[in-house]
Design a protein around this ligand. Structure first.
Ligand code: UDP
Length: 498
């Protein structure tokens, strides 16, 4: 552990979505391991999901805690308890949640003013632009955290700061994203799902996010330099900001409990999954899990299930939620019985990094969320890419074109994630079968893909070890904050008059 030269108190504001909360909680623990005090501010439902991991961190003598901020849900017409994007059933609720997020400035300020140890730095999800004003009023630095890596954010920056998308008149034609180190082609809808609002609320939000980002002291990225060196450099240049790649943060989880209970309660018996995986040949099983937000329609889930069966490859498939119709198909129509020697279908939250790091896993069917992508890279596992929304299509291009460690399933058109909008059937069983078979093939191409993934996994682990690039970037980030805080120390007296 390194002691920061002055006592730093980081206050973290994570977005209320698993893909943002999980890495922020990891980041909090890494900062605390470096000797800083860390306060995470989130709502009661979200705080509850992380109670046990934070409890273990406190037992390990880390100076870390979660403070609960009530969300003014009633003010925007959201029912009690709708505190995470994964709990919102309709697109209208998503917009209401954006409105809630903009109402938090005043209660958050009250909370910060009541702290017995004043904050010395805010690390805020980009989606809370008002934390910029808050940081200014406290005269402390604000760092931005988004979630995705530099590649996707450079693409988004280009898309939002040029008129390239206005020049594209077709939704199906692929075009080359200008100004990137590699030739990357996407369609307009694939490129437009992040950074440009499709409603007044989101347009306003993204504009405010850009202004706040310009005022920030730097950007913290869950990535590592060796993964995307050209993109880290170009991204920092494009933003004209300090960019610290301090990940993959998931690698801070060392104990079995921390690895197995990440983000949510694992409802299934972890040991049953492990026992099943233990009985399989090394690198023979495909792990299927499509993130924390997206819901497949019953028909889409059935196509996926049939595709896995047709691939004739052992698989472990996690489904967060099943409909009555899907249950009927799984049980009464005999799917689960039929596949029982080959596959395991599990209902509930997956212990993802535990599964990915099991020696039986040889491939991952993923929705290309950035955390899942990085977790696969850490485990040295190649991917079948099935993006749905947000920046996932860009992450897919990164996996396929830049890293060359994946096989596309063939998703073309973005689909929304919320419950009432359950996806249409866009991916047929033949797509699944073909992609899985190609991924798991032991031919030269498959071997080369696997070798590249393994090499990246070694680099990922090294980057987080003492002396590694992410370890050093964390040191530099802490140093940068310390210097800025030292400069501002006098003004802290103004905020907390003695
Ligand atoms: N995750 C998990 N179990 C699940 C589903 C997701 O542990 O059943 C974790 C996964 O390991 C990752 C996060 O949830 O850390 C999902 O983030 P990602 O960026 O991959 O996608 P999102 O869910 O935000 O679309």
């Amino acid at each position: 552990m390194d002691d920061p030269p002055i006592d730093l108190h980081f206050v973290l504001f994570p977005l209320m979505a698993q893909g943002h909360l999980i890495p922020m909680v990891d980041l909090a623990r890494i900062l605390a391991q470096r000797g800083a005090m860390v306060t995470i501010i989130t709502s009661p439902v979200n705080a509850n999901r992380f109670k046990s991991v934070i409890g273990r961190a406190i037992e390990a003598k880390l100076n870390i805690r979660i403070l609960e901020l009530q969300l003014p849900l009633a003010e925007v017409g959201l029912p009690d308890g709708y505190e995470n994007f994964d709990l919102l059933p309709s697109p209208a609720d998503v917009l209401k949640m954006y409105s809630v997020m903009l109402l938090l400035e005043e209660p958050a300020e009250k909370m910060l003013r009541a702290l017995s140890t004043p904050p010395s730095c805010i690390i805020s999800d980009g989606h809370f632009p008002w934390t910029s004003d808050l940081a200014m009023r406290f005269n402390i630095p604000r760092l931005v955290f988004y979630g995705p890596g530099c590649f996707a954010f450079l693409c988004i920056h280009i898309m939002t700061n040029t008129n390239i998308l206005d020049q594209i008149d077709s939704d199906s034609k692929y075009f080359v994203i200008p100004g990137l180190p590699d030739e990357i082609e996407v369609t307009k809808p694939q490129a437009s799902t992040w950074g440009k609002g499709d409603s007044e609320e989101t347009t306003d939000m993204f504009e405010r996010m850009q202004i706040a980002e310009k005022a920030s002291s730097g950007i913290v990225v869950n990535s590592f330099e060796e993964l995307e060196p050209k993109y880290v450099e170009e991204f920092a240049k494009a933003k004209d900001k300090r960019v610290w790649c301090i990940g993959p943060v998931s690698l801070c989880n060392k104990s079995f409990q921390d690895i197995a209970e990440r983000g949510n309660k694992v409802v299934v018996n972890k040991n049953d999954c492990l026992k099943w995986l233990d009985s399989r040949e090394p690198a023979s099983v495909v792990y299927v899990c499509l993130g924390s937000l997206w819901y497949a329609s019953t028909e889409q889930a059935i196509e996926l299930g049939l595709g896995l069966e047709l691939s004739n490859t052992p698989f472990i498939w996690f489904v967060r939620e099943t409909s009555d119709e899907l249950e009927r198909w799984l049980l009464e129509e005999g799917y689960e019985e039929r596949i029982k020697d080959k596959g395991l279908m599990v209902r509930g939250w997956a212990p993802q990094i535990l599964i990915l790091s099991h020696q039986a896993i040889g491939g991952f069917v993923t929705h290309c969320g950035w955390n899942s992508t990085l977790e696969a890279i850490c485990a040295g596992v190649t991917m079948v890419t099935w993006p749905h929304f947000a920046e996932q299509f860009l992450n897919e291009r990164f996996i396929i074109d830049v890293l060359k460690i994946g096989v596309r399933i063939g998703a073309e058109v973005p689909v929304m994630y919320v419950l009432q909008d359950k996806s249409e059937v866009t991916i047929k069983r033949q797509n699944v079968k073909k992609a899985v078979k190609i991924l798991m093939n032991n031919d030269e191409e498959g071997e080369a893909r696997r070798n590249r993934a393994k090499a990246l996994s070694i680099k990922a682990k090294r980057s987080m070890e003492e002396g590694g690039s992410s370890f050093l970037n964390m040191t530099l980030m802490i140093k940068g904050v310390t210097e800025e805080v030292a400069k501002n120390t006098n003004s802290i007296q103004d905020v907390y008059p003695i």
